[in-house]
Design a protein around this ligand. Structure first.
Ligand SMILES: *Cc1c(COP(=O)(O)O)cnc(C)c1O
Length: 414
């Protein structure tokens, strides 16, 4: 058969197991443990001499199915699902770093990632530098022989900055440093970080992959681009002697995730695995609605500025078109006159919900500075673009005319 297209892999790809009964919808194995045929069997499974399931913190068939599917979409070498996007990022962090290392991150980061880096990671003698990656030379100047990894988001929110990921990955690979890309906002449908030379991609599957705001989850994928023999992590280096090119994925799963316990619930994996089948259709609609909404907001006299990479006026328009296949994602940010006006506008929306999530079927709005970033210093807020007068919008899947009517009415009165 010819190489399958994205939409087809989303539906048929990654099926791993034969249970003999061939369900067309992969079932939910809602069990904490799996019994072994014999004591010898249990020993063999524990020692890795035989494939099998033991305990759902370690592995679960529904979770494996979900991992296989996302791995197929990313064309990766292996995937690990986790209890949340933050659990997936923590797993990468623990796997790649040793005390004395440093991490270089893009300046536009999800607040939870900032807080993980700044408040937790630094405690263990790991330094973090935030760099404006709009100019990749800044990265070149910041890295050194102790840099464990480089971390960027594909589309940073709420400021909607976009970096030249090809250039960043060239610098990273020139110094043998793995590049980790958080592609939550672009999903595997808009962006394939493997093609751009990234080592690892991570998603908060809570967002577009779930697609309806029902479950929390995360996933990381080793894209197979990085030669793990070059790693600065002692753990991965040790793992290389037995696991070879799967050194990272084996170490991250067996040493980090199994022991930190950030496994995804089989129920969440079931919901998300099913939802992936319609990811491309949903993303097309999110992108369409966001574009129409951004165009409307740009013309509105009460809106001081609109951030959306799909607008001709965006400094990221060409780069985004190139990197993300002429699709620009479902997030739009607007700036009004003040925090007070943002609150008034948000309170007058009737259809759209005030919620600190994104990628839901429902249109959601949030004032990041007073919510998601409330705990961050004013320096972090400024760096991330969480301005006092900014509202972030996650365009839903409703009819665009109804979304625009809702915004129009709320703005008129704001
Ligand atoms: C939400 C989000 C995360 C964290 O994911 P959780 O599932 O909430 O833990 C990480 N990165 C980005 C870009 C996000 O939007």
């Amino acid at each position: 058969m010819k190489k399958l297209k994205f939409d087809t892999i989303a539906i048929h790809g990654g099926t791993f197991t034969g249970t003999g009964v061939n369900p067309t919808s992969f079932p939910l194995y809602h069990s904490a443990a799996f019994s072994a045929e014999s004591a010898e069997d249990m020993e063999d499974i524990f020692k890795g001499r035989k494939f099998g399931y033991i305990y759902s913190r370690i592995s679960n068939p529904t979770v494996t199915e979900f991992e296989f599917k996302i791995n197929a979409l990313e064309r990766g070498a292996g995937a690990i699902a986790a209890s949340s996007g933050m659990a997936a990022i923590s797993t990468i962090l623990f796997a790649l770093t040793e005390s004395g290392h440093n991490i270089i991150a893009g300046r536009g980061l999800f607040a939870g990632t900032y807080l993980l880096f700044d408040e937790i990671t630094k405690k263990y003698g790991i330094d973090i530098q935030y760099v404006d990656m709009n100019n990749p030379d800044n990265l070149q100047n910041a890295l050194n022989s102790k840099t464990a990894f480089i971390f960027i988001e594909s589309i940073c929110n709420p400021a909607l900055e976009i970096y030249d990921i090809r250039k960043i990955s060239e610098i990273a690979s020139g110094h043998n440093i793995p590049l980790v890309v958080d592609s939550t906002i672009t999903t595997p449908y808009l962006f394939n970080p493997k093609e751009y030379g990234a080592a690892i991609v991570v998603h908060s599957t809570t967002k577009y992959i779930t697609g309806n705001g029902s479950t929390i989850g995360g996933i990381l994928v080793d894209l197979g681009n990085y030669d793990w023999q070059q790693t600065r992590s002692k753990g991965i280096m040790d793992s290389y002697s037995t696991s070879g090119s799967l050194a990272f994925i084996t170490y991250a799963r067996k040493k980090i995730l199994h022991n930190t316990g950030g496994c995804i619930s089989p129920f969440n994996a079931y919901m998300q695995n099913t939802a992936v089948e319609t990811l491309s259709i949903r993303m097309d609609r999110h992108c369409y609605n966001a574009m129409k909404l951004a165009e409307f907001l740009k013309e509105h006299k009460k809106v001081r500025s609109v951030y959306y990479p799909g607008l001709d006026s965006s400094p990221y328009n060409d780069l985004a078109a190139r990197q993300f296949g002429n699709k620009f994602g479902g997030i739009v940010s607007i700036r009004l006159d003040s925090k007070d006006q943002c609150f008034k506008f948000m309170n007058r929306l009737k259809l759209s919900k005030i919620a600190a999530n994104l990628g839901d079927a429902k249109t959601l709005v949030v004032h990041p500075a007073s919510s998601i970033y409330y705990n961050c210093s004013s320096r972090i807020k400024k760096r991330a673009g969480a301005y006092d007068d900014l509202v972030r919008i996650s365009a839903g899947l409703e009819n665009i005319e109804d979304i625009i009517d809702d915004f129009n009415e709320a703005l008129e009165e704001a």
